[in-house]
Design a protein around this ligand. Structure first.
Ligand SMILES: C[S@@+](CC[C@H](N)C(=O)[O-])C[C@H]1O[C@@H](n2cnc3c(N)ncnc32)[C@H](O)[C@@H]1O
Length: 388
């Protein structure tokens, strides 16, 4: 049994692709489309750099049942002996169910049963009440369930079996919010790339430890920010001098707030023409075209798609001239949501001719690697390319 369990984010395919790229396809086993087992112990998982996982848990056991009362019986029978490992003081306990049809009320009732058992064992305990079948990140963090007096047990359905795991790290929603909202410049027009998605893009590009990462459409610099925090040296450019200015100011702010060592260069440049010196990998959210708040008329969309496509084609030609076989990059490119599904960038059909192979994943389908929120017209399709 693999020792770590990761609970995946809102779009699990993105998290699976990220894990596969970082650890290799045989190191992970998807669980129920919502989680993944990983072949290394939790203390060897670089959890804070994972944008696609929300929780890291230590696998305790796998049980041969998915019947909720039997699972609760198991917990009440086995928990008391584990209580000796906690230091003195009031415990905090939470229970989460993932992939089951149980209601929050049912989970709460089970947690109260467990509370009784803990009290009978002579320990005082506070139960964190569930609003949903699984506790959310804010509840886990605010109640310090990963702290020395805390415990969140997670039951994850895995086919006809159930994985029992204990949370050891939860995504740091406060740190993400501080990075996202605290930086001096944001710009709704170029789009707000969430730091978590920027982390996924960087991880999919698979930079090796000493790499310099280039973002040739850097906008306000979110990808550069996340890459710096992961310890890479970064280079960025953008055709718009205002954006270059924003990126510089945002990264100066970042460096004032965190001691980082990676080198950093930002310049004005047209990604279809610029020659960059000394970069190892590209991770970028490219030009997405005009933002739309409602489905545009077909002719309008066609025109936008054509304009955006030309920039992408020229950009890929430009990069092909500057890179060698095996060069890797991850691009977040636009895909347009229509009432009949997504429309994709045309250039994606001609990647081979342009000198690239689009990588495939064992555990995620490329068509699921589209980051999209309800109501958005312009989504981001994640494309991982290798130079032929
Ligand atoms: C979607 S935004 C990237 C936003 C960025 N990820 C961020 O963190 O803010 C795309 C950027 O591409 C830039 N751009 C458009 N055409 C370009 C070109 N030909 N060369 C370089 N940058 C370009 C725009 O100015 C814009 O800042």
């Amino acid at each position: 049994m693999f020792p770590s369990l990761l609970i995946l984010g809102r779009q699990p395919a993105l998290g699976l692709a990220e894990l596969e790229r970082l650890f290799g396809s045989s190191a992970i086993q998807p669980v129920n489309g919502l989680a993944a087992l990983l072949d290394r112990p939790p203390d060897q998982v670089p959890f804070t750099r994972l944008g696609g996982s929300i929780k890291l848990a230590k696998v305790l056991t796998q049980l041969d049942t998915i019947h909720w009362p039997e699972l609760v019986d198991y917990l009440t029978a086995t928990l008391p002996e584990h209580l000796n490992y906690f230091p003195a003081g009031k415990l905090k306990f939470g229970l989460s169910a993932v992939g089951f049809t149980v209601t929050a009320a049912r989970v709460n009732a089970s947690a109260l049963q467990i509370k009784k058992i803990i009290k009978q064992a002579g320990r005082s305990v506070r139960i964190i009440p569930n609003n949903e079948a699984a506790l959310n990140s804010a509840q886990v963090l605010r109640n310090q369930l990963t702290g020395e007096l805390g415990m969140e047990l997670v039951l994850v359905r895995n086919g006809r079996q159930t994985i029992l795991a204990q949370t050891v790290q939860e995504q740091d929603i406060d740190a993400y919010a501080a990075r996202d909202h605290g930086r001096p410049h944001r710009d709704a027009k170029v789009g707000m790339l969430p730091p978590k998605l920027a982390q996924i893009i960087v991880n999919l590009a698979q930079p090796s430890p000493e790499s310099t990462l280039l973002d040739p459409f850097c906008g306000t610099g979110v990808i550069l920010q996340e890459a710096l925090l992961m310890g890479y040296a970064v280079k960025g450019s953008d055709i718009d001098p205002r954006m270059v200015d924003y990126t510089r100011q945002n990264l100066v702010w970042l460096l004032m707030n965190s001691p980082l060592h990676g080198g950093l260069e930002v310049e004005i440049g047209d990604a279809t023409k610029t020659s960059w010196i000394g970069f190892d990998v590209i991770a970028t959210e490219t030009y997405l075209g005009r933002p739309f708040s409602a489905f545009p008329a077909a002719e309008v969309l066609q025109q936008v798609m054509q304009d955006v496509d030309t920039i992408h084609k020229k950009f890929l030609q430009n990069i092909a001239q500057q890179t060698n076989h095996d060069f890797h990059m991850c691009l977040a490119v636009p895909a347009w949501k229509t009432p009949h599904g997504f429309k994709h960038l045309k250039t994606l059909d001609n990647l081979e001719e342009l000198g690239y192979t689009r990588l495939k994943f064992v555990h995620a389908r490329n068509e699921d690697l589209i980051y999209h929120r309800e109501g958005q017209v312009v989504a981001r399709e994640l494309v991982v390319l290798q130079r032929k």
